[in-house]
Design a protein around this ligand. Sequence first.
Ligand code: IVH
Length: 686
Amino acid sequence: MDLFSAIDTEPVRQRMEQLGAELDRLNYEYYMNDRSLVSDQQFDAMMRELQDLERQYPELASPLSPTKRVGGEVNKSFRQVQHRFPMLSLGNTYSIEEIEDFEARTRRILNSQFSILNSQFSYTCELKYDGVAIGLTYRHGHLVQAVTRGNGTVGDDITANAKTIPTIPLRLRGDYPDDFEARGEVVYPFEAFNAFNEQRQAEGLDPFANPRNAASGSLKLQDSAECAKRKLLFCMYFMMAPDDVPLPDTHYGRLQAASQMGFKVQPYIRECHDIGEIKAFIDYWDRARWDLPFGIDGIVIKVNQTALWDRLGLTAKSPRWAIAYKFKAERVSTPLESISYQVGRTGIVTPVANLRPVSLGGTVVRRATLVNADFIADMGICVGDSLLVEKGGEIIPKVVGVDMEKRQPGAMPVQYVVRCPECGTPLVREEGEAGSYCPNADGCHPQIIGRLEHFVSRRAMNIDTLGPERLELLYSAGLVRNVADIYDLRRDQLVGLGTDATIQDRGADNLLAAIDDSRQVPFERVLFALGIRYVGEVGAKKLARHFGSMDALMAATEEELAQVDDVGTVTAHAVCQWFADAEHRAVVERLRAAGLQMQSADSAQDSLLQGLTIVVSGTFERFSRDEIKADIESHGGKATGSVTSKTSYLLAGEKTGPEKMKKAAKLGIPVITEADYLAMTQKADA
Ligand code: IVH
């Protein structure tokens, strides 16, 4: 840097530092102390100023700048890193007796083997957060790396996403060890989780089953700006360091120190001196846990004095100085008031129990799935019964049985519907299937709309401007009856549609542009979008790879279909049946005419060596032996080791065995070189 630019940028650098420090302070007060010292607008203005300066002077930007909280770094795949200290798990139990045993055993070992008096040790009891474990490495007070637990030895580097979590300090305050790891759980607080799930459903996406899965998915997002929007919370529960770095000598002291450094340490931790105090803590939280803003699934009990940890040692995978008590799922009994039947896009009918509202695990439960006819029969549910409903780690309540104590004398078994509740068509139940379905695919409203919704959904054709409301609108206007109709829509039909002209000029243009874009969606997703029963995303991919084109797939027999990896006879049958329907074939032809992808982009490449058996021998310039074998297979060929009459070619590298050459000559099998192979697989000029 020359003298002039050094002088020029100094005030900028100072301003950036000042903004960074102030934003750090405001963040800290807001997230750690629940205090807003400035208005949102003031905060945003400072953040924007710093972002602008960082864009203008990237060389002056700090990797730990509070702007990183907003995210923006994109990670295509997460680097795997080895944990410096393995991430152990804890022994866990649902039984209070086993907690008593743990306490008694620990006390006995400490008293008798190590002559440690009761007054010389204690336990800590704290919450067992229900989220995703991560480890944060800090050097010289700076966050340098965040890694998921993974298999305990190796995890994923999720640093960019972790930086967006406000309760993970980027720079520590006060006194801190020079080199240490902070461990804790990333949880998705209920309020933010529910809002996020509602938004997903509004967008036609499947909701996450529980906050833990959603937290885990968030940490693996490629775009850290997306992760920043998720409002995750980091709860610190553990600190460790290399032997030469001193830490406080109790677990409790370490967490207190961490809190001074700027970590969010939940205040619900208690030092306990005997089993009575431990049990009281467990009892209290078993009831009070539903009032917490985030999920916990138990209580963790640790020996407080860290010097005793080594003495107590480890079992194969967990320390002897700690244990987790897991809460049993909460269960209530409530009367079944009626059963509704929902019809999905494939016609599958799902019975849903309408329950007398009952409070369970912090929310009021009104409905729960009864899965299918077999589920109801297996449980022997009768009219007028009360059902047992449970809520475990899942947010979604589950019916687990009938409350026999409340069974009415002479109660009659529930009669499952025999006609579709939506269109009145008699339901069909195929042999070996647990559920029944409505066969009136083309005349049953929820099926028609459901198929359209599936077709346009993000993972299928991704026509995101066509939400459920618009589809309903287009359907009732008679413009869209099946998925092929979407591609016939014209601008003049769209503008002004809806009672209050819901679709305007811009909306119509955007919609047509999104429809047009969908013509480029790869074949495998087109196949998935058709909504054939049992053909999910993975199945569609496998079928598309194997057959390469819609025509080949349509021509396949049930036996041929069933030979594809992971495609069972049930799916094969469903695919065959689907294509046997003349109306379905007509839809496919219209989609083809509309320009949708009906062929795998790489199918030609994939089948260059179809049907050829190639013997590989010797060494090669461009490939290792294993690589060239894999390459042959990737083009549909078979790589084998010995020359027989069935061999198509002997691919001979340097030092090919003379026996193989002789045998090939004897059987008249052509010998090819690496250059020939490259030409055959169209890699010659690469
Ligand atoms: S201590 C060596 N404390 O529960 C001790 N773990 O198997 C390390 N967990 O995967 C764990 N809350 O992620 C500890 N307060 C807490 C915890 C906690 C949740 C998780 C942890 C681990 C699992 C135990």
